[in-house]
Write a protein that binds this ligand. Sequence first.
Ligand code: 5AD
Ligand code: SF4
Length: 446
Amino acid sequence: MKPAAAPPRTYRVKSFGCQMNVYDGERMAELLGDRGIAPASEGEDADLVILNTCHIREKAAEKVYSDIGRLVLAGKQAGKQPLIAVAGCVAQAEGEEIMRRAPAVSIVVGPQAYHRLPEMLGQAVQGKRATDTDMPAIAKFDALPQRKKRGPSAFLTVQEGCDKFCTYCVVPYTRGAEISRPFAHLVAEAQKLVEAGAKEITLLGQNVNAWRGEDDRGRRTGLAGLIHALARIDGLERIRYTTSHPNDMDDALIAAHGEVDKLMPYLHLPVQAGNDRILKAMNRQHTAESYLRVIERFRAARPDIALSGDFIVGFPGETEAEFEDTLRIVDEVRYAACFSFKYSPRPGTPAATMEGQIAPDVMADRLQRLQARLAHHQYAFNQASVGKTCAVLIDRTGRDPGQWLGKSPWLQSVWFEGDYAIGDLVEVTLADAGPNSLRGVVTTPA
Ligand code: 5AD
Ligand code: SF4
């Protein structure tokens, strides 16, 4: 038992890692808001701090412990300790260990159990430490409140979990088996998001294109059917989805890119490596060639589609020649954007105990060479966009007054000037390209 605490009046959620954690963080905030707990303002010490953690790579757990340490120290200085909750994938993977090692933590709640947060908070206030890392498929979504007002761009989790078991990855262990949320729930949630001001919705899932459901006429459908239905929502202007697995692609989804105007010409399709022996050791269940064929089909359906991917360098046993196959596939695809990582052994995954772990300096060298190629292609993609006219959805203010930042259909950052507001969709001509952003000029004056 810990001493009883006053019920929290303010909270702060710190989300790390992927977009699904951002989504989960928002839903936890909505749960707390419904119970009259307000977000702490900038610089204010919150009564409740939720660390919404990520376990995908290096030192995730250490980061959590040092964050906890910092919170305790700040609490001592302020003369008042916050209630600390650890959520997300580190909570799922190391919940018991966290409770043992960090007495300051009152709540450990996994990604499938956070709908129980208010109840757990009730226990924590009484001094009872509470842990819930159960994985009941889907119960959480039914127990969450309505969506609240957000910015113009919203996330919507449609699918969660992973059955692929890539040998390097913790996700199948922390997020559980693949589940799809029901079609009707998703259409209703999207509608609420649009009513709350969203103009763009990004559908989220660890294997988003493995989503399956029954549409409003009782027909079995994949993600394409859901996208077609969402496109009928008035006021929703843009639809995106991430992350896809090459093996779950179906013809209907590829065709949707040529059929649905609201579906943005952008596809995040991780390949991880360009060498078939490594892909096999990773248990990716595709080859470099089969991946390239999927890309070809997308390009046939939507010639201007922008591609992005994820890469891991230094998987156990990767030779220099095998790494060079990754550089080759990068040159072949010419990605518009990318995420690349050094391999990080994750406890409990098969790759963590494989022979041939790669030395850090080799890994660093490969990452640097890969990132140079990726940066080259990203810049080339931006340069090739100059002269195009497109809509930009404003999501931020720029550096100076009257300056705006938003996203092009190809997810590039574009800045421009004029009399606008966040949430406006503005037609601009792309005038100059930098490596990471473009300058636009408004084509129709405000
Ligand atoms: N080491 C390095 N990168 C990883 N990823 C997943 N697991 C690991 C790991 N153990 C990367 C993959 C995945 C992205 C979300 O994180 O590239 O697509
Ligand atoms: Fe991890 Fe592979 Fe599943 Fe992606 S497909 S979440 S990399 S196991």
